[in-house]
Design a protein around this ligand. Sequence first.
Ligand code: PEP
Ligand code: MN
Length: 337
Amino acid sequence: MVIVLRPDATPEQRRSVEARLRELGFQIVVAPGPPPVVMAAVGEGTMPPLEQIRAMPGVEQAQRIPEPFKLASRSFRKETSIVRLGDVEIGGKDVVLMAGPCTIESEEQMVRTAAAVRAAGARVMRGGAFKPRTSPYSFQGLGEEGLKLMRRVADAHKLLVISEIMDKSQIGLMDRYVDIFQVGARNMQNYPLLRELGKVERPVLVKRGLAATVDEWLMSAEYVISGGNDRVLVCERGIRAYETYTRNTLDLNAVAVAKSISHLPVIVDPSHAAGVRDKVVPLARAAIATGADGLLVEVHYDPERAICDGQQSLYPEEFAALAKQIRLIAEAVGRSL
Ligand code: PEP
Ligand code: MN
């Protein structure tokens, strides 16, 4: 249930409303932002007749939240939430470009990529240090050494850092190097990890699982928010369908749906959706036209020699050309870059 207080509600009236909700067995989460106070009553409480709550002094409105993802829903927060990191705002008017290699390999790779993606307009650098590889025999990432390297290079180019976390035991270590925790598609239902990420200060990007419905995806985001961290981004990265020309199928329906039923910023990863370089650019363009708040794109200066996902990594020049097109498309849909 979402409760909106009257702009002139007194602290005393607010306390009585909260006391009544607790008595019914609910937990209370107050939406950040300017007055009026908007609060959600979530949990295993007993739903009272709404008129009872509406009749309480100081209450302007009380409504059921029909969605199972209460705190991630637009029924709870009408405006798209903005995740702020320094001077970067994700979910605001600007669309945000996040770019970099699939996996952190070397100093040369990171320096050349950082300079190129920053010059093209990216604000966030991506790169995996802990890689969820399909084969246990494939390269598993450089771990802390890689994170250190990315942090140093990103700082030198005034870029933020996003990297994938695979297990809750990595939180303490990664917290020292990253600005955004990425939860990969394979870990979208790692509930102990999501719960722990509810306790961190930093934003969390939750990728959609390969076969997850939009509700399941947003419920994973709900795990993080209900744990106390409302700085959550969700990322569509392609789902598994029956097509074989591409690695996955980019579900732009899900982007449009998530934008309408949730206030969370939606990011699109066209690289893992396409799996092949020449399809990444058109999918990225379509994502922004659909209303995505940002892109997560794999870029490598020498993709032929990339350890991982070279076939879907853009050359820096291609990324720069894409960024120019994104600027135009963003403008056409009331956004900017
Ligand atoms: C990645 O971004 O490098 C990655 C492994 O993506 P996903 O979890 O979407 O497969
Ligand atoms: Mn990859």
